[in-house]
Design a protein around this ligand. Structure first.
Ligand code: GRF
Length: 216
């Protein structure tokens, strides 16, 4: 998989962690040149933490409720991520909005996956929003995180058709399968130095388009 050093990832979760699992599986299967340095959850006892432990990855719980306010919570997150050597941050079902307090610690290095084709249906219950609106296609989006809710520059999207008879669960399951493909692919593009960003515009180059000696 080339001579580059693995992408040093910190993964932030709040729940079941199936996207985390897709990242761990991709690493194990050598489709993703990365190392998950730590998995941090803001909620204790979630199954995503168990997935990390099973894979032998350090975990931490940083409960937002234990802090006086957002800045202190975010400083604690940054500290634990830095302690473990995380350089790139993947949000994977992390249910807190992050401010510049956090984002400035990892400038341009925080990614998220969202279960809709942004800018449509940001925020929670994206699949239900899509069904309620009556769109024929939805999907998922991997984007850089900025201070808005699901507003950052888009790296990649996958389209998922809405089918007759879909309810929220059926559509969510089909979108989730697409998420599990897209997130590791986008992370691998970063690992290979194939992502070029110019303001809101992000280009993911093909392997044969990488300029030589390009850094991440
Ligand atoms: C996914 O649908 C993701 O797009 C959204 O939250 C959900 C997390 O699921 N941000 P999981 O915890 O990765 O299973």
């Amino acid at each position: 998989m080339g001579l580059r050093t693995p992408l040093a990832l910190g993964v932030l979760i709040s729940g079941r962690g199936t996207n985390l699992q897709s990242i761990l599986d991709a690493i194990q299967q050598e489709r993703l040149n990365a190392a998950v340095k730590v998995v941090v959850s803001n909620v204790a006892g979630v199954s995503g933490l168990e997935r990390a432990r099973t894979a032998g990855i350090p975990t931490a719980v940083v409960n937002h409720k234990s802090f006086s306010g957002r800045p202190a919570f975010e400083q604690a997150l940054v500290q634990v991520l830095r302690e473990h050597g995380a350089e790139w941050i993947a949000l994977a079902g992390f249910m807190r909005v992050l401010t510049s307090e956090f984002l400035s610690a990892f400038p341009g290095r925080v990614l998220n996956i969202h279960p809709a084709l942004l800018p449509s249906f940001p925020g929670v219950h994206a699949q239900r929003q899509a069904l309620d609106y009556g769109v024929k296609f939805s999907g998922c989006t991997v984007h850089f995180v900025d201070e808005g809710t699901d507003t950052g520059p888009i790296l990649g999207q996958a389209v998922v058709p809405v089918e007759a008879g879909d309810d929220e669960d059926r559509l969510a399951a089909r979108i989730l399968a697409a998420e599990h493909r897209l997130y590791p692919e986008m992370l691998q593009a970063i690992a290979e130095g194939r992502v070029q960003r110019d303001g809101r515009h992000v280009q993911v180059l093909r392997s044969d388009e990488i300029p030589t000696a390009r850094t991440r």
